[in-house]
Design a protein around this ligand. Structure first.
Ligand SMILES: [Zn+2]
Length: 369
C-alpha cells in the first residue's frame, strides 16, 4: 500500500492539465517510469499534438483487450499550492487523484499482478494512457481507432468508480448544436416590413423542448441565446445553442434530424442548424458482453458484485462504444468531487479494484481471443 500511495503522490505531483504541453510531457515521463517499474517493460510513446500517448503491448499477436486511461487533468499548474497531495486516513486528496491517476495505478498494478502470476498472462493485452481525454481525446482517439482496427474487441476504462463502487454500463452521449435564425431587420413600429427572428426563436425553443424523452434519458436544454440590437428594432437575426443528452445514438440522431428539419413559424425567417460537438453514448448493447465477462470473473474469484450504474459525464468509453468495442467504464477506485479542489479517492479501495481488474483480465482475454 505504501508503494502505491508513493506512486500516486509522484503522479499527482506531476501536474498535467490538458494542453499544458511542458506539464503533460513531464507527467508522461513520471507515468512511464512508474509503469516500467510495475510492468518490467518500457511503454511505446507516440507523440501527438496534445502530448505523448503511452502504450504497453504484450505478446506478438493482435491486442484483443484494451485497458484504457488518461493522465491529463482539469487542474492548472500551481493547483498543488492550495490543494496539495494529502493522505488523511483512507482519504487521499489532490488534483487528479480520482480523475484518474489512482485509476491508472489500478490498471498498471492489475496488469502487473497478472504478469507476475503468469509471464504470458498479458499476451494480447494493450494498456493505453492518453494525454487529452478531458477535452474529448481529439488526438488520442485516432490511436484508439487504430487499436480497434488492429483487432481490439473489448476494453476496460479506468475512470473512477460510480458511487458505492458500481461499474458504468452506460454513459449518456452529448450533442451540442448552434441554431441561427435569419430574417430581416425592421423598425419596430413597422415590424411587418421585416421578419422577426426573435419571435421565431421563442416559438422554436418551445417546440424543441417537446423533442425530449425523459423516459429514454433524452434531454433537450436551451443553453445560450442572443438577439436584438436596439429596443425599437425588430431583429432580423437570432441565435441559440442547445445541449442534448441521450442514452442511445438513435435518440441523438432522432433529435438532430427533427431539429434540422424544423421550419420557422415566422414567414421569412430561415433556420440553420450546425453541430458544435457530438459525442456518442456508451450504449448498453456495447457494455453487455464485457459486463458478462466481469460477472464471470467476480463469480470465479468469490468477490462481491460491485453493481452497475449509468454515467452522466463523457469518457473514452463513449468513443470506444461507437467503434464497436465491448466496453465498460468506472474500473478505477471509489472517490468523488472530481473537477473540484476537493477531489479525493479511497486508498483501501485501490487494492480491491486491483484485485477485481486482475481477475477480469484473464476472463476477458479468453472471451475475446
Ligand atoms: Zn477522467
Amino acid at each position: 500500500m505504501t508503494r502505491i500511495l508513493d506512486e500516486l503522490r509522484r503522479l499527482v505531483e506531476a501536474e498535467s492539465k490538458t494542453n499544458d504541453l511542458p506539464a503533460i510531457v513531464g507527467c508522461a515521463r513520471v507515468l512511464s517510469a512508474v509503469g516500467t517499474d510495475i510492468l518490467g517493460s518500457v511503454p511505446l510513446s507516440v507523440s501527438t499534438p496534445h502530448g505523448p500517448v503511452l502504450q504497453w503491448r504484450f505478446g506478438s499477436g493482435p491486442a484483443r483487450v484494451g485497458l484504457i486511461g488518461h493522465y491529463d487533468t482539469v487542474h492548472p499548474a500551481g493547483s498543488l499550492e492550495h490543494f496539495p497531495f494529502r493522505i488523511d486516513g483512507d482519504r487521499v486528496s489532490g488534483p487528479g487523484t480520482f480523475d484518474m491517476k489512482a485509476g491508472l495505478l489500478t490498471m498498471l498494478h492489475a496488469a502487473g499482478a497478472v504478469r507476475d502470476k503468469d509471464p504470458g498472462g498479458l499476451d494480447g493485452v494493450l494498456l493505453h494512457c492518453g494525454p487529452d481525454e478531458e477535452v474529448g481525446s481529439p488526438s488520442s482517439k485516432a490511436l484508439l481507432q487504430e487499436a480497434v482496427d488492429d483487432g481490439m474487441r473489448a476494453a476496460l476504462v479506468y475512470e473512477g468508480a460510480a458511487p458505492g463502487g458500481a461499474i458504468y454500463e452506460s454513459r449518456r452521449g452529448g450533442l451540442w448544436l448552434k441554431v441561427v435564425l435569419s430574417g430581416r431587420d425592421a423598425h419596430a413600429s413597422r415590424a411587418y416590413e421585416g421578419a422577426n427572428a426573435l419571435h421565431a426563436l421563442a416559438d422554436y425553443v418551445g417546440r424543441i423542448l417537446d423533442l425530449a424523452a425523459p423516459d429514454l434519458g433524452t434531454t433537450v436544454t436551451a443553453t445560450e441565446a442572443a438577439a436584438g440590437t436596439a429596443i425599437n428594432t425588430a431583429p432580423g437575426l437570432a441565435s441559440l445553442t442547445v445541449d442534448i443528452r441521450s442514452a442511445t445514438m438513435s435518440e441523438q440522431l432522432r433529435v438532430l434530424e427533427a431539429m434540422t428539419s424544423m421550419e420557422s413559424a415566422v414567414p421569412g425567417v430561415m433556420v440553420h442548424v450546425s453541430v458544435i460537438q457530438q459525442v456518442p453514448p456508451l450504449e448498453l448493447t456495447q457494455s453487455r458482453p464485457a459486463l458478462e465477462s466481469i460477472r464471470e470473473a467476480v463469480t470465479l474469484s468469490g468477490m462481491q458484485w460491485p453493481g452497475v450504474a449509468t454515467g452522466m459525464g463523457i469518457s473514452d468509453a463513449n468513443h470506444l462504444s461507437l467503434m464497436g468495442v465491448a466496453v465498460v467504464d468506472g474500473m478505477g477506485p471509489v472517490g468523488g468531487e472530481d473537477h473540484s479542489p476537493r477531489e479525493w479517492v479511497s486508498a483501501s479501495n485501490i487494492l480491491d479494484r486491483i484485485n477485481l481488474s486482475a481477475s477480469c483480465i484473464g476472463v476477458l482475454r479468453k472471451a475475446f481471443s
